[in-house]
Write a protein that binds this ligand. Structure first.
Ligand code: GLV
Length: 372
């Protein structure tokens, strides 16, 4: 018995030190999921079928992957600068770069630069970089769609913690208390039959919508551009219909990029339109929501609860009043973290570097005029 207990302990310790789930390469290879989006795909540089030498400056790219890519493409050189100054010194020879190097100063010094790869899905923090955004010769690509499945899990994780009152039970369990009444003021909620409104049906929104269907919800969505709705969306409208949809939305999940159009899109007027006792989850960007109005909505009963993976301001300072709100869950911008995301991220980066070297159209091209 004692040795069984010891082996269990040992196993637990081993699991807790390993803890990353490994998703094997064969799994990715067997996926029918495309690596990235070919909407707006474009050739950044004609390398004459892979003849012309190209220099790419990397940062977060896995070094083993870089070595593999250089072995596969004789014309591709990948360099990891050690400082911004070193990147700047290389700038006149550079054809492509990870976004961290593409400061306005660097772009101005890099007349041959034709491609910049962002390491995030959202590119809001680069919109003010006019050198990058306004130079039509530079193709800007992002990680859109790579985070969708994991972030959608996080959305439902936060939602279920709220709707099933799990925090109260977790607190009781820690105290060794079998307390069945849960919170005195709150009856747990079932998602079946409730209406989910996904605001922004892009790479993340689609995964949220799919999971909502799986929970038996009626799934509504808004999208900036009118498109044919996917089968798991019951009603899809363009973004200008948001106010008309909010009064029937039990759960609103924000999945829009942060642009001038979406900044502050959920404020006092939108909360006033939502039914009492509804839920809001924001995994997009903090400034999409007016923080003051959110605090009021959480305190006056408009919202039964909210989940934020992103805040405004971010990081949220220790003394910020948001931390004190009971029916609010905050996670520190970690919703995308998983080995699945990391693998998809590598796949997109690998694919785009191969395409760049071969002079083929790049995937996940940012629409610079739309800002995402
Ligand atoms: C994370 O928030 C991202 O935009 O990739």
């Amino acid at each position: 018995m004692r040795s069984l207990a010891l082996s269990c302990l040992f196993l637990l310790a081993a699991c807790s030190t390993q803890h990353a789930w490994h998703v094997p390469q064969e799994w990715w290879e067997a996926q029918e999921r495309p690596v990235g989006s070919s909407d707006g795909s474009v050739v950044a540089l004609d390398t004459q079928g892979g003849e012309q030498p190209v220099l790419f400056l990397a940062g977060a790219l896995d070094r083993a992957l870089a070595a593999e890519l250089m072995a596969a493409h004789a014309n591709l050189e990948i360099v990891y600068p050690e400082s911004a100054q070193q990147a700047l010194d290389l700038a006149p020879r550079v054809h492509g770069a990870e976004v961290r190097w593409a400061t306005p100063e660097f772009v101005a010094a890099a007349p041959q630069l034709r491609w910049v790869q962002a390491t995030s899905a959202g590119v809001d923090r680069y919109l003010a970089n006019e050198a990058l955004m306004e130079d039509e010769r530079i193709v800007f690509t992002n990680m859109q769609g790579m985070h969708g499945p994991t972030i959608a899990d996080h959305v439902f994780g936060m939602l279920l913690v709220l709707t099933r009152d799990l925090r109260i039970h977790a607190q009781d369990a820690r105290r060794g208390q079998w307390t069945r009444q849960g919170s005195e003021v709150f009856e747990p909620v079932a998602l079946e039959g409730r209406t989910l409104l996904v605001v922004g049906l892009g790479g993340i929104g689609r995964e949220v919508a799919k999971r909502g269907k799986g929970f038996g919800m009626t799934v509504w969505a808004t999208k900036r551009r009118a498109t044919e709705p996917p089968p798991y969306v019951d009603r899809q409208e363009t973004s200008d219909q948001l106010m008309a949809m909010l009064p029937e939305a039990d759960v609103v999940v924000l999945c829009v990029p942060l642009t001038e159009e979406t900044r502050g899109m959920i404020g006092a007027e939108q909360f006033a339109a939502m039914p009492n006792g509804s839920y809001l989850i924001n995994i997009a960007r903090g400034p999409v929501v007016d923080t003051e109005a959110l605090m009021t909505a959480l305190q006056d009963g408009t919202l039964a609860g909210a989940g934020l993976d992103v805040t405004d301001p971010e990081p949220l300072p220790a003394e910020h009043p948001l931390w004190q709100i009971e029916n609010l869950i905050i996670t520190p911008h970690v919703a995308a973290r998983s080995s699945l995301t990391r693998g998809d991220w590598d796949r997109l980066y690998r694919e785009n570097l191969s395409r760049f070297a071969a002079g083929e159209p790049l995937l996940n091209v940012v629409d610079k005029s739309a800002g995402y």
